[in-house]
Write a protein that binds this ligand. Structure first.
Ligand code: AGP
Length: 589
């Protein structure tokens, strides 16, 4: 939540413009407001420009300069106003601060600073950081003042400070992500790599308790507690510039949906060693617990069904409901923490608790250098590349495919699993053609004005309905409610009226007839049935035909939900890349 981007030594001497462009790549992290601060050439104070709303195609009139720092905000403390937008300044306008996280004790700090005469202009927790640094820098060097201020802050936070006097950008991390980019004489600080990927893929991901000082001579790494310098060992990422660009697609979401044609089969060429090692442990009797939030929790539940097919019992627990069950986790438990970002607060809390109880943590992640990656004993990095759209698509299918491979490895059928996933990639490529897209667009047009939709599915297609419905809700804001088909007659059926749209997700399997009976019950009450399945049926008023891929049919069924969500969202005027009120990684409880 919240995007941070700063630069030192901007090669065009237009640091504010560069920061603004980089922030546009981070807007998925928060889009309540944005702001940029700069050390302008020939001026005696920091200048700031900030506005509420999305960055979109914003331009800035800030003057030229070599050093700037900016932010996109997902509001926590203080409403969405220009004043509450970051950066925040100290009284002398020599220190600008941006922040990702929540300062839990900001009221106490603010009270002390008010007594000392500091003037506050916003209602944010962040502004106290600027004034506290100002106060401490009266008697200390700026680095020390910042490190000591940071140590005072309670909660999970990352801060970045633009300091006029030392002409540096200084940042500290505890719980919220920060990464340094080392370019050719230009140095970057960001909350995620896409902000500077155009300039460099040589990076350093900060650990909790570390700080960096960016100056025109380079980047220095510090341990915040001891305030001592450490050796910074950068890594080179295999990410390409196109990964952070729309590459001709109107939205990142659509691009990422199509990228699944490559990212799903890619999972068969990575993680084999780790998957086989984990399979051995499961065969030795380790318990399997799957956890995550939102889409990742649906991935956990789907995986539970995949494991059940292989005769293995597992638990799938949404991370925000993990605590009552934590006591069942022990040294012989593998906890699979599923997360695109690896920074989701609820997931990290569950993982820390499981770790305390001796469980082995397996991170099933997409983004690199995250907190979860560091906490894990084993990392299954699913390799889908940067996922920029807030709504998760390709990370989900890569996580699911990776965990499917694991389930097959446990019964020594890994090669078979691999072939099936590769086949899935080929079949999806043929299926995702213009005829299908036109059919989806027509279906979306017919559903555009609906406010309520229902979905049913059974067994593997039940978690598929959860994910399908989430895509519709997130992208189009239509109320889409998923149910297990069996649940229908126990109450839900009261919601069905004449023409109520109902999606029926099915595969060609032994329970297909049962699902069709549920569809018939809806139809008998006037419901309008949209079948998402690899077969025709009289119960369907409309069919979006998916390929018959056995138990992997759900991949295609879910992709229909991703695409329908996209076309409904676009049709209803929503921004499919940045749905209202959401942030890509939810780093608060
Ligand atoms: C997905 O479309 C959502 N925006 C959301 O549910 C997301 O999956 C959830 O917040 C978990 O994020 P993570 O995978 O980064 O942990």
């Amino acid at each position: 939540m919240c995007g941070i981007f700063g630069i030192i030594n901007d090669k065009k001497n237009q640091a504010a413009q560069t920061v603004l462009e980089g922030l546009k790549k981070l807007e998925y992290r928060g889009y309540d407001s944005w702001g940029v601060s700069i050390i302008p050439q020939g001026k005696q104070e920091i200048l700031v420009e900030k506005h509420i709303g999305k960055i979109g195609n914003a331009q800035t009139n800030l003057p030229s300069g070599l050093i700037a720092l900016g932010h996109t905000r997902w509001a926590t403390h203080g409403g969405v106003t220009d004043r509450n937008a970051h950066p925040h300044l100290d009284c002398d306008k020599k220190i600008a601060v941006i922040h990702n996280g929540i300062v839990e004790n900001y009221q106490e700090i603010k009270a002390e600073l008010l007594e000392k005469g500091h003037q506050f202009v916003s209602e944010t927790d962040t502004e106290v950081i600027a004034h506290q640094i100002e106060e401490k820098s009266k008697s200390k060097k700026i680095n020390e003042a910042i490190f000591e201020t940071f140590k005072l802050l309670r909660g999970s936070n990352a801060i970045a400070v633009l300091d006029f006097d030392s002409q540096t950008v200084i940042a500290c991390r505890n719980g919220s992500p920060l990464v340094v980019g080392l370019g050719l004489a230009q140095f970057f600080l960001a909350s995620d790599v896409p902000a500077f990927l155009k300039e460099t893929n040589k990076v350093y991901f900060l650990n909790d308790g570390e700080a960096v000082v960016l100056s025109n001579s380079g980047v220095k790494l510090y341990d915040i507690d001891s305030e001592k310098e450490k050796i910074l060992i950068p890594q080179v990422l295999d990410w390409r510039l196109e990964d952070a660009e729309k590459s001709g697609y109107p939205h990142f979401l659509l691009k990422e949906i199509y990228e699944q044609l490559k990212t799903i089969p890619k999972t068969t060429s990575i993680n084999e060693k780790e998957i086989k090692e984990l399979a051995k442990k499961i065969k030795l009797g380790y318990k399997v617990v799957l956890t995550g939030c939102g889409t990742a929790s649906y991935c956990a539940l789907t995986t539970k069904y995949f494991f059940a097919e292989q005769g293995i019992d597992t638990a799938a627990i949404p991370s925000y409901e993990f605590m009552p069950f934590a006591k069942f986790v022990d040294k012989k438990t593998l906890v699979f923490a599923i997360s695109q970002s690896g920074e989701t607060a609820d997931t990290l809390i569950a993982v820390k608790e499981a770790k305390k109880r001796g469980a082995e943590i397996v991170a099933v992640i997409n983004a690199r250098g995250s907190t979860l990656e560091r906490l894990a004993d084993t990392v299954l990095s699913v390799g889908a590349g940067p996922e920029i759209a807030v709504v998760s698509t390709k990370a989900f299918t890569s996580q699911l495919s990776t965990l499917y491979l694991l389930a097959t490895a446990v019964t020594d059928r890994y090669e078979e699993g691999k072939n099936k996933i590769n086949k899935l990639g080929e079949v999806l490529r043929d299926w995702l053609n213009p005829v299908l897209i036109n059919r989806l667009i027509d279906t979306a047009k017919n559903l555009m004005d609906e406010e309520h939709m229902y979905l049913i599915g059974k067994h593997l297609n039940y978690p598929a309905t959860l994910e399908f419905a989430l895509k519709i809700k997130e992208t189009s804001y239509i109320h889409a409610e998923p149910f297990a088909a069996g649940e229908l007659k126990h109450g839900v059926i009261t919601l069905i009226q004449k023409e109520t749209p109902c999606f029926v997700l099915a595969s060609k399997d032994e329970i297909k007839e049962e699902v069709l009976s549920s569809a018939a019950e809806i139809k008998a009450r006037g419901g309008f049935i949209i079948g998402i399945a690899p077969f025709e049926s009289n119960e369907f008023d409309v069919l979006i035909k998916t390929p018959d891929l056995g138990n992997l049919t759900i991949f295609a069924n879910i992709i229909v939900g991703q695409l329908l969500g996209y076309y409904l969202g676009v049709g209803r005027g929503a921004d499919p890349d940045k749905p209202r009120n959401l942030a890509k990684s939810v780093t608060v409880k």
